[in-house]
Design a protein around this ligand. Structure first.
Ligand SMILES: C[S@@+](CC[C@H](N)C(=O)[O-])C[C@H]1O[C@@H](n2cnc3c(N)ncnc32)[C@H](O)[C@@H]1O
Length: 429
Protein backbone atom coordinates (compact mmCIF):
# COMPACT_ATOMS: atom_id res chain seq x y z
CA UNK A 1 0.00 0.00 0.00
CA UNK A 2 1.21 3.52 -0.78
CA UNK A 3 0.55 6.69 1.14
CA UNK A 4 0.91 10.28 0.06
CA UNK A 5 1.57 13.08 2.50
CA UNK A 6 1.79 16.81 2.01
CA UNK A 7 3.83 19.11 4.23
CA UNK A 8 3.07 22.80 4.50
CA UNK A 9 6.48 24.40 4.91
CA UNK A 10 7.22 27.53 6.91
CA UNK A 11 8.08 30.99 5.58
CA UNK A 12 11.76 30.13 5.07
CA UNK A 13 10.70 27.11 3.04
CA UNK A 14 14.18 26.02 1.94
CA UNK A 15 15.16 25.61 5.58
CA UNK A 16 11.93 23.74 6.35
CA UNK A 17 12.54 21.44 3.41
CA UNK A 18 16.14 20.77 4.48
CA UNK A 19 14.84 19.85 7.93
CA UNK A 20 12.33 17.40 6.44
CA UNK A 21 14.97 15.75 4.25
CA UNK A 22 17.31 15.44 7.26
CA UNK A 23 14.57 13.90 9.40
CA UNK A 24 13.41 11.52 6.66
CA UNK A 25 16.96 10.34 6.14
CA UNK A 26 17.49 9.98 9.86
CA UNK A 27 14.35 7.85 10.23
CA UNK A 28 15.37 5.86 7.13
CA UNK A 29 12.14 6.65 5.38
CA UNK A 30 11.90 5.51 1.79
CA UNK A 31 10.00 8.13 -0.09
CA UNK A 32 9.42 9.49 -3.55
CA UNK A 33 9.16 13.23 -4.07
CA UNK A 34 5.84 13.69 -5.88
CA UNK A 35 5.70 17.46 -6.11
CA UNK A 36 7.21 20.53 -4.53
CA UNK A 37 6.41 24.18 -4.77
CA UNK A 38 7.68 26.72 -2.27
CA UNK A 39 5.46 26.03 0.74
CA UNK A 40 4.23 22.53 -0.11
CA UNK A 41 6.08 19.22 -0.38
CA UNK A 42 4.21 16.09 -1.45
CA UNK A 43 5.83 12.70 -0.92
CA UNK A 44 4.79 9.10 -1.41
CA UNK A 45 5.82 6.41 1.06
CA UNK A 46 5.16 2.75 1.62
CA UNK A 47 4.66 3.21 5.31
CA UNK A 48 2.05 5.07 7.27
CA UNK A 49 3.54 8.07 9.07
CA UNK A 50 2.76 9.01 12.65
CA UNK A 51 1.85 12.60 11.78
CA UNK A 52 1.34 13.70 15.39
CA UNK A 53 4.76 12.50 16.46
CA UNK A 54 6.40 13.89 13.35
CA UNK A 55 4.76 17.31 13.71
CA UNK A 56 6.08 17.65 17.27
CA UNK A 57 9.57 17.02 16.02
CA UNK A 58 9.53 19.52 13.16
CA UNK A 59 10.21 23.19 13.75
CA UNK A 60 9.76 24.18 10.11
CA UNK A 61 6.57 22.37 9.10
CA UNK A 62 3.25 24.09 9.71
CA UNK A 63 0.78 21.36 8.74
CA UNK A 64 0.91 17.72 7.80
CA UNK A 65 -1.78 16.54 5.40
CA UNK A 66 -2.66 13.18 3.97
CA UNK A 67 -3.37 13.15 0.25
CA UNK A 68 -6.59 11.25 -0.30
CA UNK A 69 -6.86 11.43 -4.08
CA UNK A 70 -5.88 13.48 -7.11
CA UNK A 71 -7.59 14.42 -10.35
CA UNK A 72 -6.13 15.60 -13.63
CA UNK A 73 -6.76 19.23 -14.50
CA UNK A 74 -7.17 20.57 -18.00
CA UNK A 75 -6.00 24.09 -18.76
CA UNK A 76 -8.13 26.85 -17.25
CA UNK A 77 -10.33 24.46 -15.27
CA UNK A 78 -10.73 25.72 -11.73
CA UNK A 79 -10.47 23.20 -8.86
CA UNK A 80 -14.19 23.65 -8.16
CA UNK A 81 -14.90 22.51 -11.72
CA UNK A 82 -12.40 19.67 -11.52
CA UNK A 83 -14.16 18.41 -8.37
CA UNK A 84 -17.67 19.30 -9.57
CA UNK A 85 -19.26 15.85 -9.40
CA UNK A 86 -16.73 14.26 -7.11
CA UNK A 87 -18.10 14.54 -3.60
CA UNK A 88 -21.09 12.99 -1.88
CA UNK A 89 -22.14 13.21 1.75
CA UNK A 90 -21.28 9.62 2.69
CA UNK A 91 -17.76 9.87 1.32
CA UNK A 92 -17.19 13.27 2.93
CA UNK A 93 -18.27 11.84 6.26
CA UNK A 94 -16.12 8.72 5.93
CA UNK A 95 -12.98 10.25 4.49
CA UNK A 96 -12.84 13.66 6.07
CA UNK A 97 -15.11 14.45 8.97
CA UNK A 98 -14.15 13.97 12.59
CA UNK A 99 -16.53 11.95 14.70
CA UNK A 100 -18.49 14.86 16.12
CA UNK A 101 -22.21 15.21 16.64
CA UNK A 102 -22.58 19.02 16.86
CA UNK A 103 -22.35 21.61 14.13
CA UNK A 104 -19.64 20.59 11.69
CA UNK A 105 -16.83 23.06 10.97
CA UNK A 106 -15.19 22.67 7.58
CA UNK A 107 -12.17 24.66 6.49
CA UNK A 108 -11.12 24.92 2.87
CA UNK A 109 -7.53 25.73 1.90
CA UNK A 110 -5.84 25.96 -1.47
CA UNK A 111 -2.10 25.56 -1.92
CA UNK A 112 -0.57 26.36 -5.31
CA UNK A 113 1.91 23.91 -6.81
CA UNK A 114 2.94 26.44 -9.46
CA UNK A 115 3.08 30.20 -9.75
CA UNK A 116 -0.34 31.21 -8.32
CA UNK A 117 -0.82 33.91 -10.94
CA UNK A 118 -0.86 31.15 -13.57
CA UNK A 119 -3.53 29.13 -11.78
CA UNK A 120 -7.29 29.85 -11.79
CA UNK A 121 -7.64 29.75 -8.02
CA UNK A 122 -8.46 33.25 -6.73
CA UNK A 123 -11.89 33.14 -5.09
CA UNK A 124 -12.43 29.55 -6.16
CA UNK A 125 -11.98 28.13 -2.65
CA UNK A 126 -15.20 29.91 -1.70
CA UNK A 127 -17.05 28.32 -4.59
CA UNK A 128 -15.79 24.84 -3.77
CA UNK A 129 -16.49 25.34 -0.07
CA UNK A 130 -20.09 26.32 -0.70
CA UNK A 131 -20.58 23.32 -2.99
CA UNK A 132 -19.31 20.97 -0.25
CA UNK A 133 -21.45 22.69 2.35
CA UNK A 134 -24.51 22.30 0.12
CA UNK A 135 -23.94 18.54 -0.25
CA UNK A 136 -23.67 18.07 3.50
CA UNK A 137 -26.58 20.37 4.30
CA UNK A 138 -28.80 18.47 1.85
CA UNK A 139 -27.87 15.27 3.72
CA UNK A 140 -29.10 16.82 6.97
CA UNK A 141 -25.84 18.03 8.51
CA UNK A 142 -25.47 21.40 10.10
CA UNK A 143 -22.31 22.92 8.63
CA UNK A 144 -20.22 26.01 9.18
CA UNK A 145 -17.72 26.88 6.49
CA UNK A 146 -14.39 28.41 7.49
CA UNK A 147 -12.61 30.19 4.64
CA UNK A 148 -9.35 32.16 4.53
CA UNK A 149 -9.91 35.86 5.07
CA UNK A 150 -9.35 38.72 2.65
CA UNK A 151 -9.15 36.62 -0.46
CA UNK A 152 -6.39 34.43 1.02
CA UNK A 153 -5.84 30.92 -0.24
CA UNK A 154 -5.09 28.86 2.86
CA UNK A 155 -6.11 28.91 6.49
CA UNK A 156 -3.32 29.69 8.93
CA UNK A 157 -2.65 26.99 11.54
CA UNK A 158 -3.94 29.39 14.21
CA UNK A 159 -7.39 29.32 12.58
CA UNK A 160 -7.37 25.54 12.20
CA UNK A 161 -6.61 25.27 15.92
CA UNK A 162 -8.87 28.03 17.23
CA UNK A 163 -11.87 26.93 15.16
CA UNK A 164 -11.32 23.30 16.26
CA UNK A 165 -11.56 22.16 12.65
CA UNK A 166 -9.79 18.87 13.24
CA UNK A 167 -12.01 17.94 16.20
CA UNK A 168 -15.31 19.23 14.89
CA UNK A 169 -15.04 18.63 11.16
CA UNK A 170 -12.05 18.89 8.88
CA UNK A 171 -9.68 21.06 6.99
CA UNK A 172 -9.83 20.02 3.35
CA UNK A 173 -6.83 21.12 1.34
CA UNK A 174 -6.62 21.31 -2.43
CA UNK A 175 -3.06 21.32 -3.75
CA UNK A 176 -3.39 22.80 -7.17
CA UNK A 177 -0.86 22.18 -9.93
CA UNK A 178 -0.84 22.94 -13.65
CA UNK A 179 -2.08 19.48 -14.59
CA UNK A 180 -3.32 17.92 -11.38
CA UNK A 181 -5.21 18.80 -8.23
CA UNK A 182 -4.47 16.82 -5.08
CA UNK A 183 -7.16 16.49 -2.48
CA UNK A 184 -5.79 16.30 1.05
CA UNK A 185 -6.95 16.21 4.61
CA UNK A 186 -5.07 18.01 7.36
CA UNK A 187 -3.93 15.55 10.02
CA UNK A 188 -2.19 17.94 12.41
CA UNK A 189 -0.94 21.52 12.62
CA UNK A 190 2.02 23.00 14.46
CA UNK A 191 1.34 23.83 18.09
CA UNK A 192 1.94 27.58 17.79
CA UNK A 193 0.85 28.19 21.39
CA UNK A 194 3.52 25.94 22.79
CA UNK A 195 6.25 27.53 20.66
CA UNK A 196 5.03 30.92 21.86
CA UNK A 197 5.37 29.84 25.48
CA UNK A 198 8.80 28.34 24.82
CA UNK A 199 9.84 31.71 23.43
CA UNK A 200 8.06 34.46 25.35
CA UNK A 201 7.27 32.94 28.73
CA UNK A 202 10.83 32.03 29.59
CA UNK A 203 11.87 33.75 32.80
CA UNK A 204 15.14 35.20 31.48
CA UNK A 205 15.03 37.04 28.20
CA UNK A 206 17.93 39.22 27.19
CA UNK A 207 16.92 41.51 24.38
CA UNK A 208 20.51 42.71 23.96
CA UNK A 209 21.78 39.28 23.05
CA UNK A 210 19.13 38.40 20.48
CA UNK A 211 17.53 35.05 20.92
CA UNK A 212 17.04 32.36 18.35
CA UNK A 213 13.37 31.47 17.73
CA UNK A 214 12.79 28.01 19.30
CA UNK A 215 11.50 26.66 15.97
CA UNK A 216 14.76 27.56 14.26
CA UNK A 217 16.74 25.95 17.08
CA UNK A 218 14.70 22.80 16.56
CA UNK A 219 15.32 22.85 12.80
CA UNK A 220 19.06 23.22 13.42
CA UNK A 221 19.07 20.24 15.82
CA UNK A 222 17.26 18.18 13.21
CA UNK A 223 19.84 19.18 10.60
CA UNK A 224 22.47 17.66 12.88
CA UNK A 225 20.76 14.23 12.58
CA UNK A 226 21.39 12.89 16.07
CA UNK A 227 20.24 9.34 16.81
CA UNK A 228 16.46 9.48 17.00
CA UNK A 229 13.76 8.46 19.41
CA UNK A 230 16.01 7.91 22.34
CA UNK A 231 16.33 9.36 25.77
CA UNK A 232 19.77 7.93 26.03
CA UNK A 233 21.74 10.40 28.10
CA UNK A 234 24.86 9.58 26.16
CA UNK A 235 23.55 11.62 23.21
CA UNK A 236 24.41 15.20 23.91
CA UNK A 237 24.08 18.44 22.00
CA UNK A 238 26.70 21.07 22.72
CA UNK A 239 26.06 24.78 22.29
CA UNK A 240 29.27 26.74 22.95
CA UNK A 241 27.50 30.13 22.56
CA UNK A 242 24.52 29.17 24.67
CA UNK A 243 23.16 32.68 25.41
CA UNK A 244 19.71 32.27 26.95
CA UNK A 245 19.74 28.55 26.21
CA UNK A 246 17.32 28.20 23.28
CA UNK A 247 19.19 25.40 21.49
CA UNK A 248 19.68 23.39 24.66
CA UNK A 249 16.07 23.89 25.66
CA UNK A 250 14.89 22.41 22.36
CA UNK A 251 17.42 19.57 22.62
CA UNK A 252 16.04 18.69 26.06
CA UNK A 253 12.46 18.71 24.79
CA UNK A 254 13.55 16.39 21.97
CA UNK A 255 14.95 13.95 24.54
CA UNK A 256 18.66 14.68 24.32
CA UNK A 257 21.13 15.82 26.89
CA UNK A 258 22.39 19.36 26.55
CA UNK A 259 25.68 21.03 27.35
CA UNK A 260 25.88 24.78 27.10
CA UNK A 261 28.76 27.15 27.57
CA UNK A 262 29.19 30.87 27.16
CA UNK A 263 31.87 33.44 27.85
CA UNK A 264 29.38 35.56 29.80
CA UNK A 265 28.44 34.57 33.38
CA UNK A 266 25.20 36.55 32.94
CA UNK A 267 24.23 34.40 29.92
CA UNK A 268 24.90 31.22 31.88
CA UNK A 269 22.76 32.54 34.73
CA UNK A 270 19.94 33.25 32.24
CA UNK A 271 20.28 29.89 30.55
CA UNK A 272 20.17 28.18 33.95
CA UNK A 273 16.92 29.95 34.86
CA UNK A 274 15.33 29.17 31.49
CA UNK A 275 16.36 25.53 31.43
CA UNK A 276 15.10 24.95 34.99
CA UNK A 277 11.80 26.45 33.85
CA UNK A 278 11.70 24.19 30.78
CA UNK A 279 12.59 21.17 32.92
CA UNK A 280 9.62 21.85 35.21
CA UNK A 281 7.23 22.77 32.45
CA UNK A 282 7.99 19.64 30.39
CA UNK A 283 8.46 17.42 33.45
CA UNK A 284 11.93 16.40 32.32
CA UNK A 285 14.07 14.27 34.62
CA UNK A 286 16.96 15.99 36.42
CA UNK A 287 20.54 15.81 35.26
CA UNK A 288 19.80 16.47 31.62
CA UNK A 289 21.85 19.61 31.15
CA UNK A 290 25.13 21.11 32.17
CA UNK A 291 26.21 24.71 31.85
CA UNK A 292 29.56 26.37 32.27
CA UNK A 293 31.26 29.69 31.76
CA UNK A 294 34.01 29.36 29.20
CA UNK A 295 35.36 31.05 26.13
CA UNK A 296 34.45 28.83 23.17
CA UNK A 297 38.07 29.11 22.00
CA UNK A 298 39.12 27.21 25.13
CA UNK A 299 36.36 24.63 25.24
CA UNK A 300 38.62 21.65 24.80
CA UNK A 301 40.41 22.36 28.08
CA UNK A 302 37.27 23.02 30.08
CA UNK A 303 34.61 20.65 28.85
CA UNK A 304 33.61 17.65 30.98
CA UNK A 305 34.59 14.36 29.40
CA UNK A 306 31.32 13.56 27.72
CA UNK A 307 30.51 12.16 24.36
CA UNK A 308 29.15 14.97 22.17
CA UNK A 309 26.95 13.89 19.29
CA UNK A 310 26.59 17.24 17.62
CA UNK A 311 27.33 20.91 18.05
CA UNK A 312 24.35 23.13 17.34
CA UNK A 313 24.82 26.82 17.91
CA UNK A 314 24.03 30.34 17.01
CA UNK A 315 27.48 31.79 17.29
CA UNK A 316 27.98 35.31 18.44
CA UNK A 317 26.68 37.45 15.56
CA UNK A 318 28.32 40.74 16.51
CA UNK A 319 26.24 43.92 16.86
CA UNK A 320 22.69 44.31 15.53
CA UNK A 321 22.01 47.26 13.21
CA UNK A 322 18.95 49.35 12.38
CA UNK A 323 20.37 50.42 9.01
CA UNK A 324 22.77 48.74 6.60
CA UNK A 325 26.25 48.83 8.19
CA UNK A 326 29.09 50.44 6.21
CA UNK A 327 31.64 48.24 4.47
CA UNK A 328 34.47 49.03 6.92
CA UNK A 329 32.18 48.11 9.82
CA UNK A 330 31.26 44.82 8.14
CA UNK A 331 34.94 44.05 7.48
CA UNK A 332 35.86 44.81 11.09
CA UNK A 333 33.05 42.60 12.44
CA UNK A 334 33.99 39.72 10.18
CA UNK A 335 37.63 40.03 11.24
CA UNK A 336 36.75 39.88 14.94
CA UNK A 337 34.22 37.11 14.51
CA UNK A 338 36.68 35.20 12.32
CA UNK A 339 39.13 35.03 15.23
CA UNK A 340 36.44 33.68 17.55
CA UNK A 341 35.11 31.16 15.02
CA UNK A 342 38.55 29.88 14.06
CA UNK A 343 39.50 29.44 17.72
CA UNK A 344 36.21 27.70 18.41
CA UNK A 345 36.47 25.33 15.45
CA UNK A 346 40.03 24.46 16.46
CA UNK A 347 38.87 23.67 19.96
CA UNK A 348 35.81 21.72 18.78
CA UNK A 349 37.95 19.60 16.49
CA UNK A 350 39.84 18.39 19.58
CA UNK A 351 36.60 17.27 21.19
CA UNK A 352 34.75 15.79 18.23
CA UNK A 353 35.70 12.58 16.46
CA UNK A 354 35.31 12.38 12.67
CA UNK A 355 31.80 12.32 11.22
CA UNK A 356 30.10 14.65 13.73
CA UNK A 357 28.01 17.58 12.62
CA UNK A 358 28.43 21.20 13.59
CA UNK A 359 25.31 23.14 12.68
CA UNK A 360 26.03 26.81 13.15
CA UNK A 361 24.34 30.12 12.40
CA UNK A 362 26.69 33.01 11.62
CA UNK A 363 25.90 36.52 10.40
CA UNK A 364 25.43 37.57 6.78
CA UNK A 365 24.83 41.29 6.19
CA UNK A 366 22.01 42.32 3.95
CA UNK A 367 23.16 45.24 1.83
CA UNK A 368 21.71 46.94 -1.24
CA UNK A 369 24.10 44.87 -3.39
CA UNK A 370 22.97 41.57 -1.84
CA UNK A 371 24.21 39.46 1.05
CA UNK A 372 27.74 39.89 2.33
CA UNK A 373 28.94 36.55 3.59
CA UNK A 374 31.55 35.72 6.20
CA UNK A 375 34.80 35.46 4.22
CA UNK A 376 36.74 33.13 6.54
CA UNK A 377 35.10 29.77 5.86
CA UNK A 378 38.17 28.31 4.13
CA UNK A 379 40.15 28.83 7.34
CA UNK A 380 37.56 26.77 9.20
CA UNK A 381 37.61 23.97 6.61
CA UNK A 382 41.40 23.71 6.90
CA UNK A 383 40.95 22.72 10.54
CA UNK A 384 39.34 19.42 9.51
CA UNK A 385 35.79 20.08 8.39
CA UNK A 386 33.67 19.67 5.28
CA UNK A 387 30.51 21.54 4.38
CA UNK A 388 27.49 19.24 4.08
CA UNK A 389 24.90 20.19 1.44
CA UNK A 390 21.60 20.96 3.17
CA UNK A 391 19.56 19.39 0.35
CA UNK A 392 20.42 16.83 -2.32
CA UNK A 393 21.81 18.69 -5.33
CA UNK A 394 19.37 16.94 -7.64
CA UNK A 395 16.55 18.63 -5.71
CA UNK A 396 18.05 22.13 -5.72
CA UNK A 397 18.81 21.80 -9.43
CA UNK A 398 15.30 20.68 -10.32
CA UNK A 399 13.45 23.21 -8.17
CA UNK A 400 15.04 26.52 -9.05
CA UNK A 401 13.03 28.51 -6.50
CA UNK A 402 14.85 26.89 -3.59
CA UNK A 403 17.21 29.27 -1.87
CA UNK A 404 20.41 27.42 -1.10
CA UNK A 405 23.42 29.72 -1.45
CA UNK A 406 26.30 28.74 -3.77
CA UNK A 407 28.30 27.84 -0.67
CA UNK A 408 25.59 25.38 0.41
CA UNK A 409 24.05 27.38 3.22
CA UNK A 410 20.56 28.64 3.93
CA UNK A 411 19.73 32.16 5.03
CA UNK A 412 17.19 32.71 7.76
CA UNK A 413 16.05 36.29 8.15
CA UNK A 414 13.17 38.72 8.29
CA UNK A 415 12.57 41.64 5.98
CA UNK A 416 13.37 44.26 8.59
CA UNK A 417 16.71 42.75 9.62
CA UNK A 418 20.11 43.79 8.29
CA UNK A 419 21.99 41.03 10.06
CA UNK A 420 20.74 37.71 8.73
CA UNK A 421 21.60 34.25 9.99
CA UNK A 422 23.52 32.05 7.58
CA UNK A 423 23.10 28.41 8.55
CA UNK A 424 25.95 26.02 7.81
CA UNK A 425 26.15 22.28 8.31
CA UNK A 426 29.77 21.27 8.82
CA UNK A 427 31.02 17.76 9.38
CA UNK A 428 34.29 16.79 11.03
CA UNK A 429 36.61 14.77 8.78
C1 LIG B 1 23.76 35.40 19.65
S1 LIG B 1 24.04 34.88 21.28
C2 LIG B 1 23.36 33.28 21.29
C3 LIG B 1 21.90 33.36 21.59
C4 LIG B 1 21.28 32.02 21.84
N1 LIG B 1 21.23 31.24 20.62
C5 LIG B 1 19.88 32.23 22.40
O1 LIG B 1 18.89 31.93 21.72
O2 LIG B 1 19.79 32.71 23.51
C6 LIG B 1 25.73 34.68 21.32
C7 LIG B 1 26.33 34.37 22.69
O3 LIG B 1 27.71 34.17 22.46
C8 LIG B 1 28.41 34.57 23.63
N2 LIG B 1 29.84 34.74 23.26
C9 LIG B 1 30.45 35.78 22.64
N3 LIG B 1 31.75 35.50 22.46
C10 LIG B 1 31.98 34.28 22.98
C11 LIG B 1 33.13 33.44 23.11
N4 LIG B 1 34.32 33.82 22.65
N5 LIG B 1 32.98 32.25 23.69
C12 LIG B 1 31.78 31.84 24.16
N6 LIG B 1 30.67 32.60 24.11
C13 LIG B 1 30.77 33.80 23.51
C14 LIG B 1 27.69 35.81 24.09
O4 LIG B 1 27.90 36.01 25.49
C15 LIG B 1 26.23 35.46 23.75
O5 LIG B 1 25.56 34.94 24.88
Amino acid sequence: MKFKYAFNLGRVFTLSLAELFAVFENMRLNFRLVDLYREVLIIETEERLDAVKLQKLLGGTIKIMQVIDSLGRKARLTPSLVFKDYFDAKQLKEQFLANYSGKIQIGISYYPLANPSELPIRGDNKRLGFAIKQILTAAGYSVRLVLPQMGGLALPSVVVTNEHLLEKGAEMAFLVGQERVYLAKTLIVQNFEDYGRRDYQRPARDMNVGMLPPKVAQVMINLAQLPMGTTNLKHAVLDPFVGAGTVIQEALIMGYKGIGSDISPKSIENAEKNLEWIKNRYKLPPGRFELMVTDAKHLAENLPKLEIDAVVTEATLGPAYSTVPKQDVIDKNFKELGDIYTGTFKSLRQILPAGKKVVIAIPAYRTAAGYQYFPGVDNLLKLGYDVVTPLPEIVTEKYGFLQVTPRQTIIYDRKEQFVSREIFIFKTI
